[in-house]
Design a protein around this ligand. Structure first.
Ligand code: ZN
Ligand code: ZN
Length: 102
């Protein structure tokens, strides 16, 4: 049986990370519900925002892994600060896109 995500009402496909929650009801019969750890995008706008966010995340991780200054000292270099700003904006846009699609 394919679990259905209670957050987005869609099937949780193979390889998609999900959480299992046990719900207890007053009547005594508990039930198990599933949610995607990250629901897949539903609209083109949502997909675009997600791609942007993924790109910004990768750029930031890439930088931290390859930047000498970020590696040695844990002080943000100017490039990292810049990337972080882009990442934060992308994260906000991603969250906003998901909320408007609802
Ligand atoms: Zn979902
Ligand atoms: Zn750096």
């Amino acid at each position: 049986m394919t679990p259905i995500c209670t957050r987005c009402d869609r099937a949780i496909g193979d390889g998609q990370a999900y959480d299992v929650h046990l719900r207890h009801s007053a009547s005594g019969a508990g039930c198990t519900v599933y949610t995607h750890q990250l629901c897949p995008p539903r609209t083109a706008a949502e997909a675009a925002a997600r791609a942007e966010y993924d790109g910004a995340s990768n750029a930031l991780v890439d930088h931290v892994e390859n930047c000498v200054c970020c590696d040695i000292s844990h002080i943000d270099c100017s490039r990292r600060r810049e990337l972080k700003k882009v990442w934060r904006a992308a994260r906000r846009a991603d969250t906003a896109a998901r909320q408007t699609a609802r």
